[in-house]
Ligand binder design. Sequence first.
Ligand SMILES: Nc1ncnc2c1ncn2[C@@H]1O[C@H](COP(=O)(O)OP(=O)(O)OP(=O)(O)O)[C@@H](O)[C@H]1O
Ligand SMILES: [Mg+2]
Length: 345
Amino acid sequence: MREPCADGALGPQVALSLAASVSALAIEVRGLEKTYRTPFRRRKVEALRGVSFSVERGRVFGFLGPNGAGKTTTIRVLMGLIRPSAGSCRIMGHDLPSQVARSRVGFLPEQPYFYDYLTVSELLDLAGRLFGLDRATRRRRADELIAKVGLDRARSQSLKKYSKGMLQRAGLAQALMNDPDVVVLDEPTSGLDPVGRKEVRELILELRDAGKTVFFSSHILSDVETIADEIAIVARGQIQSQGTPRELVGQSLQGTEIVLRLAADAANSDAERSLAAPARAARRIADELTVTLAAEDDVDAYLALAHGLGAKVVSVVPRHETLEAVFLRQIAGADASGSAREGRV
Ligand SMILES: Nc1ncnc2c1ncn2[C@@H]1O[C@H](COP(=O)(O)OP(=O)(O)OP(=O)(O)O)[C@@H](O)[C@H]1O
Ligand SMILES: [Mg+2]
């Protein structure tokens, strides 16, 4: 590092690079807009309409949205593959486009294309060369990554013979070849069977545990819900909401589910009817009665009633909206409010 300036202040370049290296944010996206123009049909598509979000370092960030929401467009801007119509992005504190930022990112595109006749070792070697790694490092990292993504037994086969799941794993290994700080994955689990999806999810969590930031897009709710620390829901080129899975679904309590063990001989008695009456729903299996109270009902008063009738409380679980319900509601809202996004150039 350079010496501080004589007056004790840091030189502007040093201060700038320090600011970049201490930024707690791995990705910052501000006011991103992208309008595609298709000259032949003289039409324009507003794919992104003011997208802003940020991703803290060391987190798994799920970018969730339906087909055509603008996920791939955002990722292509982040990777410097297309220029935005407006807005800016920073990766690890570096403004894009930046070679430094690019060198710290690993990328798995939505539909990776590989040269069919390569083996996975050759593919990774090529990726390592593009990042300027020396021969020994390339070999060591390729061996590590092939083992990590479970392609050891297929390492001498050409990629032509790989299944979709194997190709996806080869693509993931390629994305990690430069030991990136930030990993950007466009639909990493799409097209995979449940086992393949679980393996990709586990790999993402391993990367997070190793201190990396993972940004991935998906329209598969369960994948996002199970592994993302933070989620942004995108629809019609705009962020509809952002937060932890708990924040997104936890804001609206749907009701409370209470399981009671009835006192001996209380089944089908007046006691059971009294317990079922205030509930929105009630069902009994053997001596266990499960009731659902409405969100506005007084849970304490109900538990006191149950107690008074000799029932034992087995569990009390607040029920929140599911991520699926939040997602569908927000997409419907975006569709309803979405002005025509296609128009004449
Ligand atoms: N090169 C292009 N030229 C014109 N329009 C495009 C282009 N690429 C994307 N679009 C349009 O921009 C919008 C956003 O597309 P994008 O591929 O970013 O969505 P996505 O969220 O990744 O969807 P999917 O889940 O299907 O991958 C869509 O309306 C799409 O048709
Ligand atoms: Mg896409």
